[in-house]
Design a binder for this molecule. Structure first.
Ligand SMILES: Nc1nc2c(c(=O)[nH]1)N[C@H]1C(S)=C(S)[C@@H](COP(=O)(O)OP(=O)(O)OC[C@H]3O[C@@H](n4cnc5c(=O)[nH]c(N)nc54)[C@H](O)[C@@H]3O)O[C@H]1N2
Ligand SMILES: Nc1nc2c(c(=O)[nH]1)N[C@H]1C(S)=C(S)[C@@H](COP(=O)(O)OP(=O)(O)OC[C@H]3O[C@@H](n4cnc5c(=O)[nH]c(N)nc54)[C@H](O)[C@@H]3O)O[C@H]1N2
Ligand SMILES: [Mo]
Length: 702
């Protein structure tokens, strides 16, 4: 049998975007592994993606188009032909477009991070329709806005440099679970003598392996950063030369942080003064001694009311101590803006119909629950009549799930879902279309955690009648009679248009070459802000930010408390005294992989971690089944009593498929649709709950 090796890219929403090698025998993929030559992947795949073949050849893969035959949400479908599926979608869309195309909404996120199967052909289609635009805020927009105000663009320390750092602060992230290849560098740094500090309310797998762990209350990181700045300035642990040359607003910052003495910060964050002093002095003193000090800033800090401000404040730190001078110093949140992606060319916003009577409308994906239930009004525009979901699972991942479910259950809503599996969202589809997986289609990837463009070649033919997203939207465009040339672009054409060959970072980008080689590194300076060059309006790191003032925000670093906490909402906290966070499980990728049996077996059943004292006052013991609830909803979980959760905090590792949980619910029953201070993002970790033991009678009914 003909055996060959195909160069592929891991498509998942993860900073690591691994380069993979797929071995194919005949028509079957038989092995998948990390590319040993790729500097970031270094031959290693995480546990879940090493099961990608199990996912691809899963017996429950969707293999042909289907239409709904049961009530919404029942998951009852019957097989139809592609022609019937596409014709019925196009007929429906034509009627809606004639009335008002804004009633149509695409709903997509990062099921695949590929440029081709993500927002290229699909967005051309929706732009040409004149559909509502989707504000893609569900993950990273709060931090993106805060970061860009301060530093200008999401550019940061190269992951490969972290092994040379002497101090690494891992802030709001759990890289052992979510950013494995960064963790490999951090471990190497530790072997070379570096100190690792984790800042996380929860003693995660990562925090457990760092020399220091500081556990602030969720949503208080902006205060913690103010406290560090206060001490750095108080003790003169500053790089005055760097501050003078490359920053804006130091004097105003100094005045502002004077208010944030160590006592006040320690109380706000629920930590000790000693911990704060230790952290600030470690950071400032090591930087003064010329040691590279680096911060790996992640998403945990962004999921509360003040998530944007938290990222902004933390991002001010490296400039104060001059950490940017060194390649292994600075901060990495995301490398996303290093990639010269040609968004306009790929998505063609110019195709939007120019009807003067109708302005285009934007719907925030994080408030899909409310927006699906909203009636037509002059302010809102037409009621949503049609949702086309691809690369996403909103019924499980969007906040305040009860409302999301009510929305998708609307009998007058026409829902199309492009999927690999019958997910919680797919159950609500009127038409369900089978999509190809990464092994079956072509794509090209930028990433948010390293600096390589990674190519994905198709390893095998599409299974069953599955088709790539790009092809589905091409076919729908043809059915709609769209004749613009861009609807004939092939997947290779789209991949070729992905990055600007005239750019500084990907000069001469040539898809044919990258496709063959598998990957290419961007050309980035090794210490991007060693000599300032911040892409802000002032060209400096903006401690004072005029754009924030124009946008109605405090132009200086400040503290924005959570919506729901003991200190900020004492009345609510009387009823629901515990803060709940629901960070990713190591062996799931959001909701992807939850249906892979071997991985689900590893994670067990949905569980809740609670501190021994909080458990004791509620007469809860390890292994009990409990009900976690608040004013929005409830769910049932099995309890693990552990001091990994700090007092006052419960942790519900996520994101479970609802239908695979014993009570058909997940953590988003309890999360809210309130948005962050910046970037209109969700506040998944800004939630108060109460927990009580389920009595045995109730449990047995469930
Ligand atoms: N295995 C796996 N990997 C993933 C994902 C996955 O689902 N599974 N998801 C991917 C996606 S979409 C993303 S966005 C990234 C997320 O990347 P990370 O943000 O690095 O990943 P998490 O594991 O969510 O780490 C968040 C940590 O923040 C902590 N945390 C919660 N609230 C706060 C807070 O207020 N302050 C601080 N300092 N810490 C807090 C949590 O306890 C948790 O340990 O990971 C990606 N990688
Ligand atoms: N409570 C709580 N909720 C959260 C979070 C949390 O930490 N706690 N994290 C939030 C974050 S950070 C994020 S990023 C979101 C993630 O939310 P989503 O982006 O919706 O991620 P997934 O749940 O993995 O769903 C992606 C779906 O896309 C499908 N898919 C993959 N590839 C393709 C393809 O090529 N074509 C098609 N048509 N489909 C494909 C997969 O089968 C999967 O069902 O969830 C958010 N929700
Ligand atoms: Mo995310």
């Amino acid at each position: 049998m003909h055996t060959r090796t195909i160069r592929a890219a891991c498509p998942h929403d993860c900073p690591d975007t691994c380069a993979m090698l797929v071995t194919v025998e005949g028509d079957t993929a038989v092995e998948i592994k990390g590319d040993p030559d790729h500097p970031n992947t270094a031959g290693v795949l995480c546990t879940k993606v090493s099961r990608y073949l199990e996912r691809t050849y899963h017996p429950e893969r969707l293999l042909h188009p289907m239409k709904r035959i049961g009530p919404k949400g029942s998951g009852q479908f019957e097989r139809i032909s592609w022609d019937e599926a596409l014709t019925s979608i196009a007929d429906h869309l034509k009627t809606e477009v004639a009335k008002d195309p804004r009633a149509i909404l695409p709903y997509s996120y990062a099921g695949t991070m590929g440029v081709v199967q993500g927002e290229s052909m699909a967005m051309r289609f929706f732009n040409r329709l004149g559909a509502s635009k989707l504000d893609r805020t569900i993950c990273s927009s709060a931090g993106s806005v805060g970061y860009r105000y301060t530093l200008g663009a999401k550019i940061g320390t190269d992951t490969e440099q972290f092994e040379n750092a002497k101090l690494i602060i891992i802030w709001g992230g759990n890289p052992i679970g979510s950013n494995l290849h960064f963790w490999m560098r951090a471990q190497e740094a530790k072997r070379r003598g570096a100190i690792l500090v984790a800042i996380d309310p929860y003693r995660s797998l990562t925090a457990e392996k760092c020399q220091h762990h500081i556990a602030p209350l969720p949503g208080t990181d902006s205060a913690l950063a103010l406290g560090i700045m206060h001490i750095l300035i108080r003790d003169n642990l500053l790089d005055h030369d760097y501050i003078t040359q490359y920053t804006l607003g130091f004097d105003q910052l100094k005045q502002r942080v004077a208010e944030w003495d160590a006592e006040r910060v320690a109380i706000t964050c629920g930590i000790s003064v000693d911990q704060l002093e230790m952290l600030a002095s470690l950071y400032g003193t090591m930087a003064q001694q010329g040691a590279p000090v680096a911060i790996r800033l992640n998403y945990g800090v962004q999921r509360s009311h003040g998530g944007g401000m938290a990222v902004r404040n933390i991002t001010c730190l490296p400039a104060l101590v001059g950490a940017w001078r060194q390649p292994a110093g600075g901060v990495l949140l995301s490398s996303g803006d290093s990639f010269p992606k040609q968004t306009q060319l790929l998505e063609r916003p110019d195709l939007m119909p120019q009807a003067p009577s109708r302005q285009s409308r934007t719907i925030n994906m994080s408030t899909i629950g409310d927006d699906l239930l909203r009636e037509a009004s002059t302010e809102f525009g037409p009621k949503l009549s049609t949702v086309i979901v691809y690369n996403a699972n909103p019924v499980a991942v969007a906040p305040e799930s009860a409302k999301v479910v009510r929305g998708f259950a609307r009998e007058d809503l026409f829902t199309v879902v492009l999927e690999h599996f019958k997910t919680d969202t797919a159950d609500y589809a009127d038409i369900l279309l089978p999509a190809t997986t990464q092994l079956e289609h072509v794509d090209v990837h930028a990433t948010y955690g390293h600096l390589y463009i990674v190519a994905n070649n198709a390893a095998i033919k599409p299974l069953g009648e599955a088709k790539p997203n790009s092809e589905i939207f091409r076919l729908l465009a043809a059915k709609m009679g769209f004749s613009e040339a861009c609807f004939s672009d092939s997947d290779d054409d789209l991949a070729a248009q992905a990055f600007n060959p005239e750019s500084k970072t990907a000069p001469g980008y040539d898809w044919a070459k990258v496709k063959e080689a598998g990957w290419v590194k961007l050309q980035m300076p090794s210490a991007p802000f060693a000599k300032g060059d911040f892409p802000t309006p002032s060209g400096k790191c903006e401690f004072y930010c005029e754009r924030m003032k124009q946008d109605g925000l405090d132009p200086l670093p400040t503290y924005i408390p959570p919506y729901e906490s003991l200190a900020s909402a004492p009345d609510l906290a009387k009823r629901f005294p515990l803060a709940m966070i629901s960070p990713p499980q190591r062996n799931f990728l959001n909701t992807s992989f939850v249906n892979v049996q071997s991985l689900r077996d590893t994670e067990g059943e949905p569980h809740l971690e609670i501190h021994p004292e909080d458990a004791h006052t509620r007469q809860i013991t390890d292994g009990d089944r409990v009900r976690a609830f608040n004013q929005r909803g409830e769910m049932q979980l099995k309890v693990r009593v552990t001091d990994a959760a700090r007092r006052g905090l419960v942790v519900a590792p996520s994101i479970w498929w609802k239908k695979l949980a014993p009570d058909h619910k997940n953590a988003n029953e309890l999360t809210s649709q309130r948005l962050t201070d910046m970037g209109r993002a969700p506040t998944f970790y800004d939630v108060l709950v109460e927990v009580e033991k389920l009595d045995s009678v109730l449990t047995s009914i469930q």
